[in-house]
Design a protein around this ligand. Structure first.
Ligand code: GLY
Length: 368
C-alpha cells in the first residue's frame, strides 16, 4: 500500500525537494532537521554543471548528470510559480579555462574528454573570449564554452521549497533524528529530545550525517565521507562576469559564479574527512589568490561571506538510492552535485516510494 505518512530526515535541497514531490501528491510529510537548508545547501554555489562536472574516472555519471540538468527548467518554473520567489535560475553557460600553459593543456584534455563522450563543448579563441568575457585575465588565451551548464541560487531555491511545502501542510521539526526502527507495520523514528514518530515510510536525506543515524542497515547503505568545501561570497556592483568560470590555476581548481544580483560566489576547496564546518584561513587566502589570477577585477569587489559545507561523498563516486524494504529509503552520495541532482533524485525517490517504479530509476545505483 502506498505510504500516507512520510518522515524526511534532513532539510537540505534533496530533502526539501522530496518533501515537495510528496506533499504535492497528497502525502503527509514531517521533515526533521535542526537547521533546514543551513548545511551543504547554504554553502553550495549552485552550478548546474552536468558537463563540467564530468571528470576523468567519473564518466559513468554523465547520463545521470545530463538528465538532472534537463529536469531543472521545468522544476525551476514550477517552484517559482508556486512560491513567487526568484531562485535566479540563470542560463549563463560555463567557460572552462587555464591560467598557465600546463593548466591550459589540462583543460584542453578535459574538453577533449567531453567531446569524446558526445557532450556539448566548443573552443573559444582569444579574440572571441575578449568579446564574450572581457574581464578575464589577459593570461587566459583560450577557453571551452559549455553553453548548457547553467546556475541557480541554492539558498533561494531552498527558501522557495520551504514556503511551498509549509503552505501545503508539511510539518518541520527542528531536532536531529537519532534512530530509525522498522516495525511490523510502519517505522518508529526517535529524535534527540526523545520524541518518537510513527510513520509509514522514512526518507533519509541527511548528507554526510547519514553515518550517525542508528538503525540503518549498514550492509545496504553505503558509507558516506564528508568532504569539506570552503567558499566565499563577494559583491560586484559592475556585474563584470557573464558566465560561470571554472579555471585551473597552477594545478588548483577555482570557480566563480556571477549571479544576476551582483553576488559572485567563489569556490571551493576540497578537504577530505573533515567533520567541522569552520573556514580555514588558508582556504580564504588560496581562493582569493587563485580567483584574482583569473579575474583581476576581483580586488575591487566587496567581501561578504566565507562559509563551508560538507559534501557527502562515496568512494565509488556514484549517487545511490538505498531501499530497505518498502519502509526506508536512503538518498546519498551526491557529493559535488547535490543542487544539480536534487530535482531528479526527488522525482525518482517519490516514484519508487509511491508507485514502486520510476522511468529514470536506472540512472541511479538503486540498492535493495
Ligand atoms: N559543485 C561544486 C563543488 O562541490 O564545489
Amino acid at each position: 500500500m502506498s505510504p500516507r505518512r512520510v518522515l524526511i530526515v534532513g532539510g537540505g535541497l534533496v530533502g526539501l525537494s522530496c518533501a515537495y514531490e510528496l506533499v504535492t501528491r497528497g502525502v503527509t510529510v514531517t521533515l526533521v532537521d535542526p537547521a533546514p537548508a543551513l548545511g551543504a545547501t547554504r554553502a553550495a554555489a549552485g552550478m548546474l554543471g552536468a558537463v563540467s562536472e564530468t571528470h576523468f574516472g567519473e564518466t559513468d555519471h554523465a547520463p545521470l548528470l545530463l538528465s538532472a540538468a534537463a529536469a531543472w527548467p521545468a522544476f525551476a518554473a514550477a517552484i517559482v510559480a508556486a512560491s513567487g520567489i526568484d531562485i535566479a535560475f540563470h542560463a549563463s553557460g560555463t567557460l572552462l579555462c587555464g591560467v598557465t600553459q600546463s593548466d591550459r593543456v589540462e583543460m584542453d584534455r578535459l574538453a577533449a574528454l567531453h567531446l569524446n563522450l558526445g557532450l556539448e563543448t566548443r573552443e573559444v579563441n582569444r579574440s572571441e573570449l575578449r568579446t564574450i568575457e572581457p574581464s578575464l585575465s589577459a593570461r587566459i588565451t583560450r577557453a571551452h564554452l559549455v553553453s548548457s551548464d547553467h546556475q541557480v541560487d541554492g539558498r533561494a531555491t531552498a527558501a522557495a521549497l520551504q514556503a511551498i511545502v509549509r503552505r501545503l501542510g508539511a510539518c518541520f521539526v527542528p531536532q536531529s533524528v537519532i534512530s530509525i526502527a522498522p516495525q511490523p507495520s510502519g517505522v518508529t523514528v526517535t529524535d534527540n529530545v526523545g520524541h518518537t514518530y510513527e510513520v509509514d515510510h522514512v526518507v533519509v536525506a541527511a548528507g554526510s550525517k547519514v553515518n550517525s543515524i542508528e538503525g540503518l542497515n549498514r550492509d545496504l547503505v553505503p558509507k558516506v565521507r564528508p568532504v569539506k568545501g570552503e567558499i566565499l561570497r563577494l559583491f560586484d556592483p559592475q556585474r563584470s562576469l557573464r558566465h560561470v568560470i571554472r579555471a585551473m590555476v597552477a594545478g588548483r581548481s577555482v570557480y566563480l559564479v556571477p549571479r544576476p544580483n551582483g553576488e559572485v560566489v567563489l569556490g571551493a576547496t576540497s578537504f577530505e574527512n573533515s567533520d567541522d564546518e569552520t573556514v580555514r584561513a588558508v582556504a580564504v587566502f588560496e581562493l582569493l589568490s587563485d580567483a584574482r589570477s583569473v579575474f583581476p577585477g576581483l580586488d575591487e569587489l566587496s567581501f561578504m561571506e566565507a562559509s563551508a559545507g560538507l559534501r557527502p561523498a562515496r568512494d565509488s563516486g556514484n549517487p545511490f538510492i538505498a531501499r530497505d524494504g518498502d519502509r526506508i529509503t536512503v538518498l546519498g552520495g551526491h557529493n559535488r552535485n547535490g543542487i544539480l541532482l536534487s530535482p531528479i533524485t526527488a522525482a525518482v525517490a517519490a516514484g519508487l516510494i509511491l508507485e514502486g517504479a520510476h522511468p529514470q530509476a536506472d540512472l541511479f545505483e538503486v540498492l535493495t
